[in-house]
Design a protein around this ligand. Structure first.
Ligand code: NAP
Length: 479
């Protein structure tokens, strides 16, 4: 039997899943995409300076090695073009339904199939693959008076390009990876910029480089060069960055490197003190950027660390007074702990996924949940990384799901056993003890109760090993 598959989301994950289905000759799939185009986060985040701080030759599909990246760290338009190119090359477009949000998915036990609902109605599928991402629902802060602001305001992931920042007084709330990327550009345009910082971030330099025509030709003509470069960036992340998060050999080295970067780029000791983190390196997502600190040293930029009290029609009021603003940009991150929160998912025995996850989202290998047969997740709980390419993790998950499809084709709907889930929970818990994310800091890696539900505590290579092939004993088959 060839299962028909509902894929929710047309970002890196959903496209990867569809491509592998196409390669296996399975064309009975539909991609539901709530947005107006493919690309997921790379379609949504169009803020000035948007790009990826993971090298592009690694942050791309292993089976679709692109030799045309114009930089080591490509900017958002180039990444979006890459994904659009993949959708075209593999002929996915006819099976993508744009502007079609899935509102609910209910497992019909009598049919052994999923009822997937959109505004257009309900359809039956054998398998549901969620590829909705972890950073897709912008989070606005809960600051009193936000609606009273007289000027323009928007979230960084919904950049309002109609607002001209030239010469204006701009307030940016938040200083994470998104803010760090657009602050240099906004500072250049604005008359004055206030950056409201609640917690300083660890920042390491981004060794960006242009990949000119000669380099690109070499990468195209010598496939070994491409493979070797990708492998080198992967090994660097695994052997240098990962140990800094897991108590390994770079635990002391990387924060030293970050502080040296701060000293080199910020001569003013008062500003430097404001920007110096007081929690362990890597506890929050490390910012990788070389233009952020220099922008903060500009005479027309202030880093404000006083507590925000409220928003007034004329600007942002802190405990020290009013900071007048014409425009406010909320670079306040995403709602991350709810995972599939925008979709009502109901499994066997009428179990609601949101209810099952009320104490924290969890999934076997980050992919499967007991009582939710034939539901598979990409970039699910505990599969985010703080050091390497998420595209690599997505490919591991897609390969695993393709293995599951082979099993369920012959043995009927498959559901992960609670015992396998319990063993998984324990092993993730044990591995998490050694990770820096548990240290005293707040971050989007954690849920409201303070449990790290976002991140995978092992190396990317370890995740590849354990997801290589599905173990049928971990599943119950209904067929
Ligand atoms: P974020 O890292 O979650 O940062 C949100 C910022 O808003 C933090 O500085 C936070 O302060 C601040 N904030 C939130 N609520 C606030 C409030 N009520 N008052 C004052 N400040 C408030 O969000 P992000 O920068 O959008 O990045 C999210 C993730 O996206 C990143 O960690 C990264 O994984 C990914 N990303 C990746 C890239 C890339 O190049 N690969 C680029 C951009 C984003 P606190 O720290 O005090 O909470």
């Amino acid at each position: 039997m060839r299962p028909n598959v509902a894929i929710i989301g047309a970002g890196f994950g959903g496209l990867c899943m569809a491509i592998q289905l196409e390669k296996a000759g399975i064309r009975s799939y539909t991609i539901f995409e709530k947005g107006a185009g493919v690309g997921g986060t790379w379609r949504d985040n169009t803020y000035p300076g948007a790009g990826c701080d993971i090298p592009s030759h690694l942050y791309s599909f292993s089976f679709e090695r692109y030799t045309s990246w114009t930089r080591r760290y490509a900017a958002q338009p180039e990444i979006l073009r890459y994904l659009e190119g993949c959708a075209d090359k593999y002929g996915l477009r006819p099976r993508i339904r744009l502007n079609t949000a899935v509102t609910s998915a209910v497992f019909d036990e009598s049919l052994g199939r999923w009822r997937v609902a959109t505004a257009a109605g309900e359809e039956l599928f054998d398998v549901v693959v969620s590829a909705v991402g972890q950073l897709n629902r912008p989070q606005l802060p809960d600051i009193p008076g936000m609606s009273t602001f007289d000027g323009a305001s928007f979230h960084s992931a919904r950049w309002d390009h109609s607002v001209d920042l030239a010469g204006r007084r701009v307030a940016v709330i938040g200083n994470g990876s998104s803010a760090a990327q657009f602050i240099p550009e906004v500072a250049e345009a604005a008359g004055h910029l206030d950056v409201f910082q609640r917690t300083p971030n660890w920042v390491i330099p981004k060794p960006d480089a242009v990949f000119g025509p000669r380099m690109r030709t070499a990468l195209r003509r010598v496939p070994f060069l491409q493979r070797a470069y990708r492998e080198w960036t992967y090994r660097y992340a695994e052997n240098t960055l990962y140990p800094a998060l897991s108590g390994g050999w770079t635990t002391d080295l990387l924060p030293k490197h970050a502080l040296e970067h701060l000293r080199n780029q910020v001569p003013d000791p008062v500003l430097r003190a404001k920007l110096t983190p007081d929690y362990p390196f890597g506890c929050k997502r490390v910012v990788v950027d070389s233009g952020f600190y220099p922008a903060l040293t500009r005479p027309d930029v202030d880093v404000v660390t006083d507590r925000i009290v409220r928003i007034l029609p004329g600007g942002v009021e802190t405990s020290a007074g009013l900071h007048e603003a014409d425009v406010i940009v909320y670079a306040t991150g995403f709602e991350t702990s709810g995972f599939l929160a925008s979709i009502e998912v109901t499994g066997r025995e009428g179990r609601h996924l949101a209810e099952e996850w009320k104490d924290g989202a969890e999934a076997y290998l980050g992919i499967a949940v007991p009582r939710f047969p034939n539901l598979f997740m990409l970039y699910g709980p505990n599969t985010n990384l703080g050091h390497n390419s998420i595209v690599f993790m997505l490919e591991c998950q897609v390969r695993y799901i393709m293995g599951c499809l082979a099993h369920l084709a012959s043995r009927g709907p498959m559901e992960v056993r609670p015992e396998a889930m319990a063993t998984w929970r324990q092993s993730v818990g044990r591995a998490m003890e050694g990770m820096v994310w548990q240290a005293g800091c707040t971050s989007w890696y954690k849920n409201e109760a303070g449990r790290v539900t976002g991140n995978w505590p092992g190396s990317a290579s370890a995740y590849r090993r354990i997801t290589r092939t599905p173990r049928p004993e971990a599943f119950h088959f209904a067929g």
